[in-house]
Design a protein around this ligand. Structure first.
Ligand code: NAD
Ligand code: IPM
Ligand code: MN
Length: 360
């Protein structure tokens, strides 16, 4: 009996989101063929609306239909959300609120953001510093300042505007993401750097304590703790020293863009957000880049590599993930200044070549 297809839901979103996901499309047919020949499961692709596009059509950044569709998928691939057109909206109607609600609803607490020196690197750092960077940032994704209550703004009795956000973590939220980082380090160079602000924040002191406890389960992994400010300095000075970086939600958001700057190809950074069960959410690290939108200028490498991460973590095809990564490297190495669409087609060609050669 034929096995049911893998279900991939595409959420293009806003700005360059639809363009970078359109550039993934040419890869999907070949990927489906490869999946079918491995496991008898082809790839079924659906599309749904999220972000500003969903606000415009349905008045909400995460329509129920989109959430249902995502929850019943094996993997969700998101382009990007947000842009100046929606910046004035109430906080819960903003496109970004839709993305946060989606992460929370899918329970994807561990956000894996790999960053490595790419072929024909455009890093602004000196070559001896820029070469040999290979970092996996593990960012806690469903806690911390992004979700803590209370958070609101109001006008005080003295007439001044005030606002509050709350950073909260419990030990289980820290433990489960820490385990993801330690497991990943075992498959890599065996080193975790936990980044916090334990000299000031209560949440960070708890973070440090729990991460140290988890380290006891992984005697083969070396743990060190760094404060976020000096870690930021060190990352720019000696990025090659880092293997797995484990950190909370907001620090992870900031450090991942820094890693984009260090490797010099922000648009090529990909991510996988995983939970205990249910579909993973795969998305490039970059945003909707309003300055590039609609101009065929954005690199779709981050979106394609996010699909590669879906092959690895959702579709049980790590070999295809590897071919896709190599195909992106092939195209980056050609350095032909390709537009978004042509880049996708070129990667599809190299992907076909690499997977075909592996067959013969
Ligand atoms: P951004 O990530 O969109 O852009 C930052 C810089 O990187 C810009 O100079 C942009 O041109 C460049 N860049 C981004 N993606 C690129 C790509 N694929 N190829 C080449 N260059 C690329 O960040 P921003 O300008 O601060 O935010 C714009 C909007 O995107 C905001 O509304 C923000 O909330 C949203 N955002 C969404 C996500 C997401 O959907 N996951 C992530 C970050 C920001
Ligand atoms: C990211 C983005 C999001 C975040 C925004 C758009 C909510 O910056 O994925 O890095 O802050 O997590
Ligand atoms: Mn970010």
């Amino acid at each position: 009996m034929a096995r049911p297809p893998w279900r991939l839901v595409l959420l293009p979103g806003d700005g360059i989101g639809p363009e970078v996901l359109a550039a993934v499309r040419p890869l999907l047919e070949r990927a489906s063929w490869e999946f079918e020949s491995r496991s008898g499961r082809r790839l079924d692709v659906q599309e749904a609306v999220v972000g500003g596009a969903a606000v415009d059509r349905f008045g909400t950044p995460l329509p129920e239909e989109t959430l249902r569709c995502a929850q019943s998928a094996d993997a969700v691939l998101l382009g990007a959300v947000g842009g100046p057109a929606w910046d004035g909206l109430a906080p819960d109607r903003r496109p970004e609120a839709g993305l946060l609600a989606l992460r929370r609803a899918l329970g994807v607490y561990a956000n894996l953001r790999p960053a490595r020196t790419l072929p024909a690197t455009r890093s602004p750092l000196r070559p001896e510093v820029a070469l040999g960077v290979d970092v996996l940032l593990v960012r806690e994704l469903t806690g911390g300042l992004y979700f803590g209550e209370p958070r609101r703004r109001w006008v005080r009795q003295d007439g001044l505007r005030a606002a509050v956000d709350t950073m909260t973590y419990d030990e289980e939220e820290i433990r489960r993401v820490a385990r993801v980082a330690f497991e990943a380090a075992r498959e890599r160079r065996g080193r975790v750097t936990s980044v916090d602000k334990a000299n000031v924040l209560a949440c960070s002191r708890l973070w440090r304590e729990v991460v140290t406890e988890v380290a006891g389960e992984y005697p083969d992994v070396r743990l060190d703790h760094q404060l976020v400010d000096s870690a930021t300095l060190r990352l720019v000075q000696r990025p090659d020293e880092y293997d797995v970086i484990l950190t909370e939600n907001l620090f992870g958001d900031i450090l991942s863009d820094l890693l984009g700057g260090i490797v010099g190809q922000f648009g090529a950074l990909a991510s996988a957000s995983l939970g205990a069960d249910g579909p993973g959410l795969f998305e490039p690290v970059h945003g909707s880049a309003p300055d590039l939108a609609g101009r065929d200028l954005a690199t779709p490498a981050g979106a394609i590599l996010s699909f590669a991460l879906a092959c690895r973590y959702a579709f049980g095809a790590p070999d295809l993930a590897q071919f896709l990564t190599e195909a992106v490297d092939d195209v980056l190495g050609e350095d032909a200044g390709l537009g978004t669409r042509a880049f996708g087609e070129r990667v599809a060609h190299h992907f076909w070549l690499r997977s075909h050669v592996a067959l013969t």
